[in-house]
Design a protein around this ligand. Sequence first.
Ligand code: ZN
Length: 684
Amino acid sequence: MNPMPEPNPLLSTTELPCYDAIRPGHVMPALAELLAQADAALEKVVSDDVPVNYDAIAAVLDVSVERLRTAWSQVGFLQSVADTPEMRAAHAENLPRVIDFYTRLSADPRLFAKYKALAASPSAATLNPARKKALQDALRDFVLGGAELEGAARERFAAIQERLGALSQSFGDHVLDATDAFDLYVEEAALDGVPADVRAAARAAAEAAGKPGFKLTLQAPCYVPVIQYATNRALREQMFRAFSTRASEFGKPEHDNSAALAEILALRQEEAALLGHASYAHVSLVPKMARSPEEVLAFVRDLARRARPFAETELAELRSCAAEELGLASLEAWDRPFVSERLKQSRYAFSNIDVKQYFTEPTVLDGLLRLIETLFGVSIQPGEAPLWHPSARFFRVFKHGESTQPVAGFYLDLHARTGKGSGAWMDDARQRWQRPEGQLQTPLAHLVCNFAAPVGDKPALLTHDDVITLFHEFGHGLHHMLTQVDELAVSGIAGVEWDAVELPSQFMENFCWDWQVVQKLTAHVDTGEPLPRALFDRMIAARNFGNGLQMLRHCELGLFDMQAHLLPDAGQRVLALAREVSAEVGIVAPPPFLRYPHSFTHLFDGGYAAGYYSYAWAEVLSADAFSAFEEAGVFDPATGERYRQQILEVGGSRPAMESFKAFRGREPKLDALLRHQGLVAEAA
Ligand code: ZN
């Protein structure tokens, strides 16, 4: 083995991570040392050597676990932005060891006992609110993980967890396999209306399979354009049927999720009963902002009731377009995306290529940073830091009027390239923490996107969707960076309820639809002119097209999810339940063959069980928060300061509902979201 005499950068205690120096060979030795330290800290903290005292526990356990977490997050981050086979292997090799440690940490009965003793000790009453919340959260998570169960109940709980893990894995595999199992070879004539690039891909896929014609699949890049653009109605129907019956009894028996659906739902109810809750929906909501299944049901139903008249109007428009312009006597499920696309094109067509010319990356970024400075009383300056790629950048955030002590820092890596994972995300490189040793640790954020890089000497151009993505990730970043909470477990986005985490990110998106802001974000790449108002108005109209039907569909799925996890017998009557929900919320009877629950991976192989409502929930919160800015003026610093103090600074140190009420002066209302989406009657 090659000796590594120089200091290991993953063990470095410099102010900033050594992103230019970390090599795959550093991972194993660093992790070995950090895991050993963390293990030793866990053993020590549960012993009598460490008194039942918040600071004493943090000084031993949190210091070690934080060191492990920081180093491991640097490895994971480099793997996602500067992937090499060696770094990937180093990550994969160490991942099981890291998971094993965290699994043991989160289920250690001795640690649970220590936290319980702390909560019961006289010193608990003297803890500040952030520490109280951190302790409560820790106890709650132990309880939800079954730590209080004993004997047969404990064994059964563990068996249920294991079985559920296997079932959700195979549920997801079946959906993937059923999707992949379908192919359809057609002649070119059958593809009338389908965009040329999709046809070319279908032709290439057929060639690769050694067959003539064009190969169609149920993968999104093929299915979506075919269902939207193919003029061939029989083809649309065939594709729609295949797609919406995936992993059901209509396909191959080995991909059928019918039995898994019933078993997953039944096991989740049994798990809830063991934990002493009325249903799995109740369990799911314990760490969430929504207070009860009844509250969620009322929320979803209210949203559906208010969207309904707009959905009915939209459906009538689709029907008349289908009949008058396309000669379709009836509007079937497989016609709706197609007719909808036609109607949208004829009404609101504009070119995304035209729009892009106005959103140059430097202008957008500058406009965004100045907006943040104006609203949140900070100044943002480029800084020096070790980086992983020449196009990555580093910035420091200062309190307004200060220039020596930064409150936070962030990395910006905007351009797509080989070896970089797709999508956009914010993750925390380091959290704010008043360390037990005395110094204040300031937060660091990674903000990563995959936009087109500049070509030649022209600036990079962003689509409006790119701009929205950038604002979204900055919203998460601000939540992480502007926190004033000193406790690791509840500072920034840590400890924030799962259904409230997207509030600050979706909040920022609203600025991209505000004319006063958009003017400052745009300068035509050749002329420097801001975006013309008429083009912006068409963008708004296109954004709102079809929102009523979409909202209803969303409510239908949200209601199905909540009822499936609330009603005790749902597992035995999944299809009947889906039909009842559709009859309650929908405005068209769905085709009888529809089997969407069988491929609903969000609920059965993802983290959204009894949580699907959270998409709309967070949108309501963020739209309502933004409406405070619409009332006071979008650049109003006083509203910005209140938002910073009541939402961003407090992080997870108190319930999100309290934070929202402190900012808005009342509980959230649906009105702003409905108004932004064009789902309110226009004033006469
Ligand atoms: Zn997000």
